[in-house]
Design a protein around this ligand. Sequence first.
Ligand code: ADP
Length: 484
Amino acid sequence: VRLTGIESPVPTGLFIGGQWRAASSGATFDVLDPADGSLLAQVADGTTDDVTAAVDAASAALPGFAATPPRQRSEMLRRAFQILTDRAEEFARLMSLENGKALPDAKAELTYAAEFFRWFAEEAVRIDGDYRVAPAGGTRTVVTHQPVGVCLLVTPWNFPAAMLTRKLGPAIAAGCTSVVKPAEDTPLTALLLAQVLAEAGVPDGVVNVVPTMDAEEVVATAMADPRLRKISFTGSTEVGKILLKQAADQVLVSSMELGGNAPFVVCDDADLDAAVDGAMLAKMRNGGEACTAANRFYVQAPVAEAFAGKLAERMAAMTSGRGTDEGVTLGPLVNEETVAKVDRIVTGTVDAGARVLTGGTRPQGPGFFYPPTVLVDVPEGAPALTEETFGPVAPITTFDTDEQALALANATPFGLVAYVYTGDLARGLRLAEALESGMVGLNRGVVSDPAAPFGGVKQSGLGREGGHEGIGEYLTTKYVSFPL
Ligand code: ADP
C-alpha cells in the first residue's frame, strides 16, 4: 500500500519463507487510522494453515541458520540497524499512522528499536562457553550454548517496532528462526521490518510474519506445533496466562513481558522540577500507552500540592492532534476500546471521590482522543490506582512515611517498574531495593535501554529482554562430559 509521507510501498501480505503471499483464505482485514477512524490499509488475514506454513519455513531454515557463523549473523543485524537508522523518518511516520502516536514518540521508538539490532549484533559474537575440570579429576565438562530453535514472537501495538526488534534481535543473534504474530492494530510496521531484515541479508525462512484477526486460533495452532520450541510474548497478563497454559503442554521455553501498574514515588526531599520532568516522561511517553507508564503517583504530603499543580500545568500544555501533524505532542489512543477503557477508569475514579485538576472528559468528534488528565485526592482502591490505565491519566495520592509509600507501591499483583525521586541517594537505594519490581527508575523517568535487562517480577512476567541477559532467552545450555 502507498501511504502519505512514506517513499516506498508498505507490504500488506504474509511473509513466509522469504515470499510475500496472500492469506490462504484470500481474506484481508482493515487497519485504521486512529486519528479519524478511516481506513489506512488492508492486510492479509493469516489462517491456521498459514501459520503452519510459517512454522514449516522456520523449521526448514533452522539447521542452516543455527550453523551460520556468529559474525555473519552479527553483520545482518548491524546492516538492519543501519537501514532502520537511514529510514528512521519513514518508519516513524508509519508507526504514527497506524498507532496514532505523536511523531516525536515515533522517532524515539525507532531509535530505541534500531538500537536492539545494534546491541544484539554485538552480543551475537559473545555467546560464551566453559571448560571445567570435574572435582574428582578424570573427566572434563565442556559447556556450550545452542539456539533454542523455532520461536513464536507475539507482539502488542503500543511499540510496533521496538517490541519486535527486542525479540528478533536476540533470536537472530542466537541463531533461532521465528514466526512473528504482530498485533492486529499495527501489522504494517512488522511487515516493513521483515522487508528490511531480508534486505539486510537475513535468509529466507528465518523471519516469517503472519498478521491475523484471529489471534486466538492462529497462535494456539502454532503453540501446539511440535516443532515450536519457544514463545516470547509481550502483552496483557490475561493473554500471557493463556499462553503459559498452552506452553505447558509442550514445555516451551517461555518469555513473558506482561502488564504493569508502575508506582511513581516522590519524596519531600526530591528536586520537584526534576520529578515533574521525570513524571512527564514516565507518564506521557507514548501517550501513556506503555507497560512502563507511571500508573499511580505517591507524593509525600508536604510537596504533594506543588507537584500536582506543576504536573497538571505541564500536561495541560501538551498539543493534542493527529500524530503526524507538526507540533503535536499527544496523538490519539490506538483504538475505540482503549479510549473507552480510559474513560471508564477516569469516570469511576471521579465517582469514587477524586478531584480533576485538568482533563477528565472525552472530547466529541472523530478519532480516539483523550485529554491529558490529572486527578488528586484519589481514594485507595479507585480504578485509576488498581487498573493499568494505558492512557494520559495521572492519579495522585499522598503518603507520610517511606514505609507507607512502600506498602502502597507494593500492594499490586504486578511488578514491572517503579520510579522514585529523592535528593538522598541512600534513601533512594533503600526504597529501590524494597520495591517489588524488576526495574526501578531512581531520579529517572525512563528505564528502557537495549543494554539493560528489561522485565518484571510477580504477574508482570518471566525472563528479561535486552542487556546481556536478553540473548540467554534464545539459547539452551548443553554440556559434553568426557574422560581425560
Ligand atoms: P493489549 O491489551 O496490549 O492489546 P493483548 O494481550 O490483548 O494486549 O495483545 C497482545 C498480543 O496478543 C496481540 O498480538 C494480540 O493479537 C495477541 N492476542 C490477543 N489475544 C490472544 C489470545 N487469546 N491468544 C493468543 N494471542 C492473543
